[in-house]
Design a protein around this ligand. Structure first.
Ligand code: ADP
Ligand code: MG
Length: 370
């Protein structure tokens, strides 16, 4: 069992049209592993510095070629760079039989979905990882025993107002949402969730598109297409092969890819009425995520055993392994470059700073085939 820290990446996006229209000021800079943020109310004050495992400058230095944001200098981090550094590592670990989790945190409009799923030709980590996984399975099949098996399944759900909705079914949503149950070895699992076997990248792509269409999209003042829900795409990768002693072994890796709802407080997005109520429920999952991360960070800094309140929200139940258990975990903190988002961006950086203190204990999930 290898104990290791959660890896944290930060990524800063370009100005959006609204920010350009009001001549937003750039308050983020990056140098090496440092991310530096200036307080726009006090530009001459000492800026605040944070260090992360990966720092992605995606603010400028790109040109759009066939709709793809391609780098025109070596500073700009495009989707390929982020996938090569984060996504490929996830796949390598999945091949070894480790559970992997990757989640994106940040306020609405900061670039979470861009990194995780992507838009148009700018495919994010989820589609690129699926594409790569099937490519390497095909390669592996050519050299592996003919009775070796490689199986991939997909599930996709969203958590909205503390209720779980299956995104891969056309059936009307179960009233009150799907139930979560604690499983002896797997941790918390979602009952009656659709789990679909996948045989090709094309299949997975069309299923994920179907799931994305089923997502609850509610517009807020922040971003007309923003989702107020947490989305979890889970891939299970199973390998059945003989080991050197000729014994039939099964390796299983669960890959959780999580696009969290916007981390902003409801009041800053101008939400009212139902939207506001949603905001507070979303904040229950997100504030519990924050509480869990604080407890875990305190635990790793040597303070005595603290109870981690995983059970306080649906999100943290489902992310329990990702946060403090059997998983190799990466967090991407998505940052707005603009002065107007200073407070939210600073709180995202602080959140990310605590997340990097968390330790998980991933084990190779390998057992004799039954
Ligand atoms: P979120 O999911 O956090 O609400 P999105 O991923 O939808 O935010 O991003 C908001 C907008 O910014 C989108 O139009 C997206 O295309 C753009 N964007 C985000 N990150 C980048 C990036 N790294 N490069 C180019 N455009 C980006
Ligand atoms: Mg999004």
């Amino acid at each position: 069992m290898a104990e290791e820290n959660v890896k944290v990446a930060v990524r800063v996006r370009p100005f959006n049209a609204r920010e350009k229209a009001r001549s937003a000021q750039l308050i983020i800079s990056m140098a090496g592993n440092q991310t530096i943020i200036k307080d726009p109310a006090n530009m001459s004050a000492e800026p605040k510095n944070f260090a992360f495992d990966y720092s992605y400058w995606s603010h400028d230095g790109y040109t759009e070629k066939d709709g793809y944001f391609a780098p025109n200098d070596n500073r700009y981090a495009d989707q390929k760079k982020v996938f090569d550094e984060l996504g490929k590592g996830v796949l390598d670990n999945a091949w070894k039989g480790y559970n992997c989790s990757l989640f994106a945190y940040g306020q609405t409009g900061s670039g979470k979905s861009y990194s995780i799923v992507g838009f148009g030709n700018n495919k994010g980590i989820v589609p690129l990882a699926c594409e790569e996984l099937f490519k390497s399975i095909e390669e592996k099949r050519k050299v592996a025993d003919k009775d070796a098996e490689f199986q991939v399944t997909l599930s996709m759900l969203e958590i909205y107002n503390e209720q779980i909705r299956d995104l891969l079914t056309s059936k009307t949503a179960v009233k009150g949402g799907l139930k979560v149950r604690q499983h002896a070895s797997k941790g918390f699992i979602v009952e009656a969730l659709t789990i679909v076997p996948m045989n090709s990248y094309a299949q997975i792509e069309s299923k994920i598109n179907e799931g994305t269409r089923n997502r609850t999209v509610a517009s807020t003042n922040m971003n007309a297409t923003s989702s107020r829900a947490h989305t979890i795409v889970a891939l299970t990768f199973v390998q059945k092969q003989k080991n050197e002693a000729g014994q039939n072994m099964t390796k299983t890796a669960v890959i959780n890819l999580v696009d969290l709802a916007g981390s902003e407080r409801a009041e800053t997005s101008g939400a009212t009425g139902d939207r506001l109520k949603e905001g507070s429920s979303i904040n229950l999952s997100l504030s519990t995520l924050g509480n869990c991360i604080n407890a875990l960070a305190n635990q790793s800094s040597g303070k005595k055993k603290i109870i981690v309140p995983y059970r306080d929200s649906v999100l943290t139940k489902l992310l329990q392994n990702a946060l403090g258990g059997n998983s190799k975990t990466i967090m991407i903190a998505a940052l707005s470059p603009a002065d107007i988002n200073y407070q939210e961006t600073l709180s995202t950086l602080r959140f990310a700073d605590r997340a990097k203190m968390i330790k998980t204990q991933a084990v190779v999930n390998e057992n004799p085939t039954d």
